[in-house]
Design a protein around this ligand. Structure first.
Ligand code: ADE
Length: 260
């Protein structure tokens, strides 16, 4: 899978691609990336990349032409042209383009999984007050937000989305680790412990030292349910309405509510 990141500050997302598990995935050839500095496409001698909004208002917008040229440099075409070409030559539509913005749809594990199935993703990182609506209309497939708060720019948000997506690409991490994660089946994760057995006077729960697999499974399920009830009761409701809560889980929920 290949990520293209269109940004005025390539050093911010680049650090993520050059470290840890991502760096290994890049080395193995599972993931590729390209940083595109939008400023390289500015045409005046000051390399201006911002402009004032029509109609007035606080702040500046990203200048339209450099952004448009940056998109064209990675062979993204306006959607109308692209759809026509794809229909004519029966080829696939070109790269999926994501604009990261607090006004986008929320990033979820489900969306991250969907994006991980693409071969190429292009991210537009906004600065200032955002980008011209016509760029969104013409080039953007998805507007995505990482939460109901405003960051000073899109680089960190794009990096968060990329992190949630690339780790789901086949071969990056083991499918076993993915299966047991929070959100993979609608519940949060159970608590985990490692050495030492006693830490600051607190002992690892006996059941985890017992080697009794069935009891460990039950203990973990109950802990997951208790944590989800406490931190994300909305997830319990959705798991229930999508039929993901077994009889055993429902009984445990009753016990948790009664304080057992
Ligand atoms: N840019 C600024 N804030 C953002 C957010 N919450 N999500 C995505 N992009 C952003």
């Amino acid at each position: 899978m290949k990520f293209y990141v269109l940004t005025l500050f390539p050093e911010i997302p680049r650090a993520f691609f050059e470290n840890s598990i991502m760096a290994k995935a890049v080395e193995k050839g599972i993931i590729a990336y390209e940083m595109v500095n939008i400023r390289d496409f500015a045409f005046d001698k000051h390399k201006t990349c911002d402009d004032s909004p029509y109609g007035g208002g606080a702040g500046m917008l990203m200048k339209t032409e450099p952004l448009c040229k940056a998109l064209e440099s990675v062979k993204v075409k306006p959607k109308v042209l692209d759809a026509k070409k794809a229909k004519k030559s029966k080829t696939k539509k070109s790269k999926r383009v994501i604009y990261v913005t607090p006004s986008g749809k929320p990033l979820t594990q489900k969306l991250a999984y969907e994006l991980s199935q693409e071969e190429e993703l292009v991210f537009i990182c906004g600065r200032y007050e955002g980008i011209d609506q016509r760029i969104i209309d013409s080039y953007v497939d998805d507007e995505i937000s990482i939460g109901d708060y405003v960051l000073s720019s899109g680089e960190i948000a794009a990096t968060v989305i990329i992190d949630s997506v690339y780790r789901l690409v086949d071969g990056v991490i083991s499918s076993e680790s993915l299966e047991e994660e929070s959100f993979s089946d609608g519940l949060l994760e159970y608590p985990q412990y490692t050495r030492p057995e006693v830490f600051q006077g607190m002992k690892v729960p006996d059941v985890l030292l017992s080697g009794h697999h069935e009891n460990i499974r039950k203990w973990r399920l109950k802990k997951r349910l208790a944590k989800t009830l406490k931190n994300r009761p909305d997830m319990i409701s959705s798991a229930r309405s999508s039929g993901k809560l077994t009889q055993e889980a429902e009984q445990m929920i009753e016990e948790i509510i009664k304080g057992n």
